[in-house]
Design a protein around this ligand. Structure first.
Ligand SMILES: Cc1cc2nc3c(=O)[nH]c(=O)nc-3n(C[C@H](O)[C@H](O)[C@H](O)COP(=O)(O)O)c2cc1C
Length: 402
C-alpha cells in the first residue's frame, strides 16, 4: 500500500503526468483518508466510503434504477451551464445565510432524507443531526430513518423537517404526522415519486457480492433479497405494520388536501419534475416543492433534475419556494441551482459518504467543503449574498458533457 502511494506521489510530481485527470482519479481511488481533513472534495469521501462499506450497503447507497442513466444525468446535467465571472465587486464580506420556509439557516445547502442510515454508521441520523447543528444547516429526516425522530431533533437542537412516505393506510399516515407535529417539526415533505415500485438492478447486483447473511439484520423475502421491514423503524412504533406499504399506487392530488386537514405543518411536495405538476401542487395547497427524482432511484427518465428546475419554477410562478436535489457535488452546482431559481439545494449521497467514513465529523467536512466551494463561486460571480445570485451569472450552452 505505501509503495503504491509512493508511486502515485512520484507520478504526480512528474512534469509529464502531474495535474492530469488520470492522476486525480488514481488518488481518489487510493482514498486513504487518514484524517477527515485530508478530504479535499466530496469525491474523496465517496472513494473512502466505497472501501468502508460492505457491498450490499454500498450498492444500496450508490445505485439508481435500470441502467443508472438518470443517476448519472443528475450530476452531468450541471455541465450544461457555465458561470459568467464579474470583476471589481467588493467581496470582503460574504454571507451564505438564507431562509427556507421561515427557517433561518447558515447555508442554502440542506441534508436530504436518506433512509436506514444505520447501514452506514452506528450513530446513523443522530451523528448527521449533530453535524447539522454545528453547521446550522437544515435536515430532513426520512420516514424510514434508523433513529427516532425525537432523538434526532434533540441532537439537531432545532426543528427538523419530516419526510413522509404516504403509506397505503391513512390512519397510519396520520399517526406519523401527528407524532412529527408533537415533536415540533414545522414542515412535512411528502415524497411522491415512488407510487408503485422501482427496478433496482445495480443494488441487487452488489448484494449478490456480499458474503454476509442478510437475515441477521433484515427480513428476507422469498427471493432471498432483504425486504423493507417497516416494523423495525422507530417512526412506526405503535402502528400496526401488518400489510402496511410505504407508498400507495392509488393516491391522487386529493391526498394533499387530506393531509392538510390533519396537520398544521407546512406541506412540501418532494418529487415534482414538471411545470404542470408544479401548478397543480400550488392549486392543491402545497407550501413548497422539491424538484427531485429520488437521486435517480425512481423513474429512469434520463433527465437530470437541474434541467427540470426551470419549468417547475415557472409552474410555481413565485407563489411557493422551490428546492432542488440530485447530483449536487460541487459548490458551483449549488450556485447554478440558486441562479436558476431554487431557494435551497439538497444533497443526499455526499453527506452519507462523510457519515460512512468519519461519522459526525465526516458530515461536517462535507458541508464545509461545499460551503467553501459555494463561497468561492459567489466571489467569482460577484454575488455577496444568496439574494444577489441571479440568472445573469449563467450561460446556457444547451449541451451536457458526458
Ligand atoms: C440510499 C438512499 C436512500 C434514500 N432514502 C430516501 C427516503 O427515505 N425518502 C426520500 O424521500 N428520499 C430518499 N432518498 C432520496 C434523497 O432524499 C435525495 O432525493 C437524493 O439522494 C438526492 O440526490 P443525491 O444523492 O445525488 O444528492 C434516498 C436516496 C438514497 C441515495
Amino acid at each position: 500500500m505505501s509503495d503504491r502511494r509512493a508511486l502515485l506521489k512520484f507520478l504526480a510530481a512528474s512534469p509529464l503526468l502531474g495535474g492530469l485527470g488520470v492522476m486525480q482519479k488514481a488518488f481518489a481511488e487510493e482514498a486513504v483518508l487518514a484524517a477527515v481533513g485530508d478530504a479535499l472534495d466530496v469525491f474523496d469521501f465517496e472513494a473512502a466510503a466505497r472501501r468502508t462499506l460492505p457491498p450490499a450497503h454500498w450498492g444500496y447507497l450508490a445505485s439508481g434504477v435500470d441502467g443508472d442513466v438518470t443517476l448519472r444525468a443528475n450530476s452531468e446535467a450541471y455541465s450544461r451551464w457555465q458561470l459568467r465571472p464579474r470583476r471589481f465587486v467588493d467581496v470582503s464580506h460574504m454571507d451564505l445565510s438564507t431562509e427556507i420556509l421561515g427557517m433561518k439557516v447558515k447555508s442554502p445547502v440542506l441534508l436530504c432524507p436518506i433512509g436506514s442510515q444505520r447501514a452506514f454508521h452506528p450513530e446513523a441520523e443522530v451523528a448527521v443531526a449533530r453535524g447539522a447543528r454545528t453547521r446550522d444547516q437544515l435536515l430532513v429526516l426520512s420516514t424510514v430513518a434508523s433513529a427516532a425522530l425525537e432523538d434526532v431533533i434533540a441532537a439537531r437542537g432545532a426543528p427538523v423537517w419530516l419526510q413522509l412516505y404516504t403509506t397505503n393506510r391513512f390512519e397510519a399516515t396520520t399517526r406519523i404526522v401527528k407524532r412529527a407535529e408533537a415533536a415540533g417539526c414545522p414542515v412535512v415533505a411528502v415524497t411522491v415519486d415512488l407510487p408503485a415500485g422501482r427496478n433496482t438492478v445495480t443494488a441487487t447486483r452488489f448484494r449478490s457480492h456480499d458474503t454476509r447473511t442478510c437475515s441477521a439484520c433484515h427480513v428476507v423475502g422469498p427471493s432471498g433479497n432483504p425486504q423493507p421491514n417497516l416494523a423495525l423503524k422507530p417512526l412506526m412504533a405503535g402502528i400496526d405494520t401488518q400489510g402496511l406499504g410505504q407508498t400507495s399506487p392509488s393516491l391522487t392530488w386529493d391526498f394533499i388536501k387530506q393531509l392538510k386537514d390533519v396537520t398544521k405543518m407546512k406541506v412540501v411536495i418532494k418529487g415534482i419534475e414538471s411545470r404542470e405538476d408544479a401548478a397543480l401542487a400550488v392549486e392543491h395547497g402545497a407550501d413548497g416543492l422539491m424538484v427531485s427524482n429520488h437521486g435517480g432511484r425512481a423513474l429512469e427518465s434520463g433527465r437530470g433534475t437541474i434541467e427540470s428546475l426551470a419549468e417547475v419554477v415557472q409552474g410555481a410562478a413565485g407563489r411557493i419556494p422551490v428546492i432542488v436535489d440530485g447530483g449536487v457535488r460541487r459548490g458551483t452546482d449549488v450556485y447554478k441551482a440558486l441562479a436558476l431559481g431554487a431557494t435551497a439545494v439538497g444533497i443526499g449521497r455526499p453527506y452519507v459518504w462523510g457519515l460512512s467514513t468519519f461519522g459526525q465529523q465526516g458530515v461536517e467536512r462535507v458541508m464545509d467543503l461545499l460551503n467553501s466551494e459555494l463561497r468561492l463561486a459567489m466571489v467569482g460571480c460577484g454575488a455577496r449574498t444568496i439574494k444577489e445570485i441571479s440568472a445573469s451569472s449563467l450561460i446556457d450552452t444547451g449541451r451536457v458533457q458526458r
